[in-house]
Ligand binder design. Structure first.
Ligand SMILES: NC(=O)c1ccc[n+]([C@@H]2O[C@H](COP(=O)([O-])OP(=O)(O)OC[C@H]3O[C@@H](n4cnc5c(N)ncnc54)[C@H](OP(=O)(O)O)[C@@H]3O)[C@@H](O)[C@H]2O)c1
Length: 230
């Protein structure tokens, strides 16, 4: 398959590109930063902002599937990156007759998502971090989901829980709408998207994905995601 990856230079995107190339796919890696992704056999780099129709058009033409793992940090201001890029990408896909789209959203987009037994998370962390600090980001994720749902494409909204780094793919779990767990390893998120691109079990619906085989170190998680990543 020829796969176009938006957010290819991000922490999930790099894993997705590596896994796709290892599986024998051709990859078009989209980044806004020229020179930030080294060329490799099977890999073409496209420099484009995902909200710029011209750049997106060139990256999407001739591909078999588009996988978007792009993201932006929390902000008090209104965020539009997710919905604006979804509009640009889906319009380019429609123009080129490319049907298969997988776009990362979040478990938070399911209003009923409350992981079982995760009392501290459900009562303290989720309201404070996701729903207050991350309010504007998650509002735009919901707008992105609405944009994608309105298209005729073969879309899958991919909803991970809290992301963390783990070196290998584990025996991750997927479920329709959202999955019952607090954490998702980026290696598993990437692997679940590649598998779903081929298997098509969640076409025109949302796929939750969680990691249960390993748990992140919480101090490391806060450092990596909250401090170092800024
Ligand atoms: N952190 C969590 O716990 C969590 C939980 C659930 C869901 N998610 C979502 O999971 C996804 C992946 O997260 P991540 O931490 O791996 O990645 P990320 O750091 O959020 O972002 C990945 C990449 O997106 C690219 N990007 C941003 N705006 C762009 C634009 N306008 N055009 C083109 N590229 C753009 C950037 O690449 P360049 O600068 O190279 O262009 C960036 O490296 C995100 O959508 C995130 O919101 C995260």
């Amino acid at each position: 398959m020829r796969i176009t990856v938006f957010g290819a230079n991000g922490p999930t995107g790099r894993r997705l590109v590596d896994q796709a190339l290892a599986a024998g796919h051709e990859v078009v890696a989209v980044t806004r930063r020229p020179g930030s992704i080294a060329g490799r056999p099977g890999l073409a780099v496209a420099v484009a902002d995902a909200t710029d129709p011209g750049g997106v058009d060139a990256a999407v033409g001739g591909t078999d599937a588009v996988l978007s793992v792009l993201g932006t940090p929390y902000s008090k201001k209104e965020i539009t990156t997710y919905s604006a890029s979804a509009r640009t990408i889906t319009e380019a896909m429609a123009r080129h007759g490319v049907k298969r789209l997988l776009a990362v959203s979040s478990s938070i987009a399911d209003p009923h998502w409350r992981p079982t037994g995760a009392h501290f998370f459900n009562l303290v962390l989720d309201p404070l971090v996701n729903r207050r600090l991350g309010r504007t980001l998650h509002e735009d994720m919901r707008r992105m989901e609405a944009v994608i749902r309105e298209t005729d494409l073969d879309w899958t909204l991919v909803r991970p829980s809290g992301l963390f780094e783990h070196p290998v793919v584990t025996d991750y779990h997927t479920a329709e709408t959202s999955a019952d767990g607090v954490f998702t390893a980026r290696s598993d998120l990437a692997a679940s998207m590649l598998r779903e691109a081929a298997e098509r079990r969640y076409v025109r619906t949302a796929m939750g994905v969680i990691t249960t085989a390993v748990k992140p170190n919480i101090a490391k998680l806060i450092w990596n995601e909250g401090v170092k990543k800024k």
